[in-house]
Design a protein around this ligand. Sequence first.
Ligand code: GUN
Length: 290
Amino acid sequence: MQILDGKETSRLIKQEITEEIAALREKGAKVPHLVAVLVGNNGASITYVDAKVAACEKVGMKSTLVKLSDTISEDELLQKVKELNEDDDVDGFIVQLPLPKHINEKKVTEAIAPAKDVDGFHPWNIGKMMLNLPTFLPATPYGILQLIERYNIETTGKHCVVVGRSSIVGSPIANLMSRNSYPGNSTVTLTHSRTVNLAEITRTADILIVALGKPEFITGDMVKEGVVIVDVGITRKPDKSKKSGYKLYGDVNFEQVKDKAAFITPVPGGVGPMTIVSLLKNTILAAKGK
Ligand code: GUN
């Protein structure tokens, strides 16, 4: 079994990005600027957004964190999105999800200018992705593709089983793995909560991508020898023995599958860090597009 080391791979990619930004600076070109909008006090969202801003600093990219109260109205948030759309100094921005219940996430996502939508969540960008046109790929699927590519994992003709059909991960990665490109050209099965005999399907996977948010859902008997496993799940459970007060769990029971898998992403240190470098790459792309 070989670890698909997202931490190390993302470190290498961050080095490349650092060089690219230093070169822009030297030329006197504008340094790309990412804005992250955080609404409310969701613990996981604060951690993710802080990590995104820290990654910008690390590579020399400009970043701004906009913190808004969870009592903000939908109209006020839409006004903030409009301001960011119109601000020439901002190359790309994200509105961290989930949003408070009184705010319509779809409406907010659709209000973001597609050219600044570095999350790749806007319907126009999703449509372009489906048509294999150049666009911002959603950060987590993009991160998975980069990890597969950096480890030279063969995907052509392989059976890729995706567990989970979210619009952020499962649906886009299913599309990307079936595209006529590398990584891609896989035969993809997209499974979800209504799938019958899931284990029978996962056992036929050459590549298994799991993104459903159920800790240790995939057990040893659900995978075959030699499978490549990408575990997107990350669930926090309280754990007094940890300094942070919690332990992170993936969607895959690592101990049970590790001797069968050819490659596997750990949690943490697998897909998570790759997601952040994808956002940085999309922001550079947005700046170039301008
Ligand atoms: N919430 C969980 N993942 C993401 C992400 O990639 N982008 C945003 N904006 N919110 C998220």
